[in-house]
Design a protein around this ligand. Structure first.
Ligand SMILES: Cc1cc2nc3c(=O)[nH]c(=O)nc-3n(C[C@H](O)[C@H](O)[C@H](O)COP(=O)(O)OP(=O)(O)OC[C@H]3O[C@@H](n4cnc5c(N)ncnc54)[C@H](O)[C@@H]3O)c2cc1C
Length: 634
């Protein structure tokens, strides 16, 4: 596939500059996670656990009850899987419930739910079939309502929010050549009098096949009176020149209405520009700051379902004279699933409550939650498949056809896989979070390591950095985590919080050692930085779990789960700390370089490659002139 519009030729440095320009640099509110990376364990920022207001809770619970009743009675998950489509009557039912306007304020025709209840609704619908939560969250977490709510003028809110409460919307950033690197953006919006003319092709547009409204990112060329840059526009899907050329299908999420949308000379009134020219990526990133919390919410729902199935199955299934759950190898998996389900809920709820409370800046917590939950839910789903044995690999419908209970374990595994890729892939989340984790260092020592900074400025920066580190480093030597009775109000969990405090200082020291050792090259040590971030994610999860267990009505049994999770997480943290310095990163980089230089192609002999050009490909390729497959839901 080709993209129309000019494809930018972009160097690594330019790509970085675009990402850096889109970054929010202000920290007006405290950040628990940012402090954690700096060696300062600010438990007071998350403890006591924030709780929503009673009116919001009542409203949220009422809606959840309605949604649950609807999902249980009106949705056939097998049908979605079989027909690769959410039936129109289901979409209509969700619309009638107000599910498309969950996060839209009531004055604009929405339900005005909190982030907490929006997430719980996504988790509930997603546990019935993850495509349902994808429909809802692509529309509300990243589609038209969220950026309009955050950045739209009053006029834009009045125009689009009431419509968004009833209609499906989509978010279109990605292009064939623009994935994690928006600097290569090919779509253009060229000023023409008071309008813009949009051209380009967008790929993997979740909801795009059925959407009524789209948010489209396109490059406005710089010209007189136009500062230009990547900008965000609201586009009517039915406007002349908008064509959905393909409906894509995937390894999972069957039924998502994800397409390829081509824009040919689409006229956009100026009123459709969100924010200002050049603010598109900032808007997208800010929208995602909280918007991406629906991913951990859905992962949490899946982990909870996996726990239920794991419990029921490993208790019922007997092999070698024992329940399979009593064999130690399987017991370890059950324990992992149970502890992780508890932790994912703790992380998601804490982050969501913090988003509603709005006392802290939660951009790092939300990113950590997305990263951690998507990775862990994948492992959980994989362990469930293993525990279910052959049935884990068999489709639910096939099991049901044989007269057994149809358990969609393989489907959950397939459906969970995408969470590690979209809304910021794991690798990109590592970079994004690491950038914030090392920000304190870059702000004091950045000029020393920046190759473009002159010697004089470097010397000045060195002086400034010396003063900062002389004060900061001694603070990392000792802390509350070494006092045997600190955090005593947490009872048996206090030891885990002491571990977090000690590890937070160790993490900051390790980051500093990395910075001193590699200096400007640190940004290329992606695996080192990835481990730094992963340690931070585990420490955040341990903190969330301990704080949650304190207020959990389940009391003792919650504390058991919390304790089990902390023990498991601590083993992972210790391993990650050790891998910071003992690893095969250097030899792996050399090996990968050699692979890319075709040194080992002999190893690929003896197999066939079904992806290379063959008659089966030609037969399946669509005609050059593509039909519009846009299918708005009646
Ligand atoms: C089912 C589905 C739904 C989607 N929905 C939407 C949607 O609604 N709207 C939308 O705009 N997009 C959507 N996407 C696109 C999705 O967000 C992208 O797939 C994602 O951003 C990754 O981009 P890419 O696939 O081009 O991978 P690439 O950017 O080409 O990356 C390939 C690999 O390299 C890694 N990588 C890339 N850059 C770096 C780097 N600098 N350092 C280290 N590693 C790197 C990536 O993590 C990945 O592993 C969807 C995709 C799918 C499959």
């Amino acid at each position: 596939m080709t993209t129309s519009g000019q494809q930018a030729k972009v160097t690594e440095r330019q790509a970085r500059q675009v990402a850096e320009a889109a970054r929010e640099t202000d920290w007006k509110k405290p950040s628990f996670a940012k402090e954690l990376f700096l060696g300062r364990f600010r438990l007071d920022l998350v403890h006591p656990h924030p709780v929503g207001d009673p009116v919001g809770i009542e409203r949220g619970e009422k809606f959840l009850a309605q949604l649950r009743a609807f999902c249980e009675t009106a949705i056939d998950p097998y049908q979605i899987e079989r027909e690769d489509r959410i039936p129109d009557r289901v979409v209509q039912g969700l619309r009638d419930l107000g599910a498309f306007g969950m996060k839209i304020p009531t004055e604009y025709g929405g339900l005005g739910l909190s982030q907490v209840y929006y997430n719980k609704a996504c988790a509930l619908a997603g546990s019935m079939h993850p495509t349902l939560s994808t429909l809802l969250s692509a529309h509300q977490s990243i589609g038209v309502p969220q950026p309009i709510k955050m950045f739209g003028t009053e006029e834009q809110k009045k125009t689009w929010l009431p419509r968004s409460a009833k209609q499906v919307t989509a978010f279109l950033l990605t292009e064939a050549d623009v994935g994690s690197d928006p600097a290569r953006m090919g779509a253009t919006a060229v000023p023409d009098g008071d309008d813009y003319i949009l051209n380009g092709v967008k790929l993997w547009t979740t909801n795009g096949v059925v959407a009524d409204l789209l948010v489209v990112m396109a490059l406005v060329p710089r010209s007189e009176g136009h500062r230009g840059g990547i900008s965000a526009f609201v586009v009517e899907a039915a406007a002349p020149g908008v064509v959905v050329e393909n409906r894509n299908s995937f390894m999972g999420l069957r039924g998502i209405e994800n397409g390829v949308t081509r824009f040919t000379d689409v006229r956009l009134p100026k009123a459709n520009l969100i924010g200002k020219e050049g603010q598109g990526l900032k808007i997208a990133l800010s929208t995602l700051n909280v918007g991406r919390l629906s991913v951990p919410a859905v992962c949490t729902g899946t982990a909870k379902w996996c726990l239920k199935i794991a419990r029921e199955w490993t208790r019922e299934r007997v092999q070698w004279g024992k329940r399979v759950g009593d064999h130690e190898a399987v017991a370890g998996k059950v324990a992992f699933i149970a502890a992780t389900a508890y932790a994912l809920e703790a992380v998601t709820d804490l982050s969501s409550e913090m988003a509603d409370e709005d006392r802290n800046d939660i951009r790092i917590e939300a990113a950590l939650a997305k990263l951690y939950a998507s990775e862990m839910a994948w492992l959980v789903a994989d362990e469930l498949v293993q525990i279910r044995g052959g049935r884990g690999f068999e489709t639910a419908e096939s099991q049901a056809a044989r007269g057994e209970r149809g358990v969609p374990a393989e489907q959950m595994l397939r459906d969970m896989r995408i969470n590690r890729i979209f809304e910021g892939s794991t690798e990109i989340m590592h970079l994004l979070i690491a950038r914030e984790a090392v920000d304190a260092h870059l702000s004091v020592a950045g000029d020393i390591i920046d190759p473009e900074v002159e010697l004089k400025a470097k010397a000045r920066a060195a002086g400034k950095a010396g003063v900062f580190y002389a004060k900061w480093l001694p603070k990392l030597v000792a802390g509350k985590g070494q006092a045997p009775r600190s955090f005593a109000e947490f009872g048996p969990l206090a030891a885990h919080l002491r571990f977090v405090e000690r590890s937070s200082r160790k993490l900051a020291r390790s980051t500093f050692y990395g910075m001193s050792r590699w200096q400007g090259k640190l940004e290329y040590k992606q695996r080192f930085l990835g481990r730094i971030v992963d340690i931070g994610a585990e420490l955040f999860a341990i903190s969330a779990v301990c704080v949650r267990a304190q207020r959990d009505p389940e009391g003792g049994s919650a504390a058991e789960l919390a304790d089990a999770f902390c023990q498991q997480a601590r083993v992972r943290v210790e391993a990650l700390f050790s891998e910071l310095w003992t690893n095969s990163d250097d030899s792996d980089r050399t090996l990968a370089h050699r692979v890319l230089a075709d040194r080992y192609t002999w190893l690929e002999e003896g197999v066939l490659d079904p992806s290379i050009e063959g008659p089966w490909i030609a037969e399946n390729r669509a005609d050059e002139v593509k039909e519009n497959v846009h299918r708005p839901i009646p």
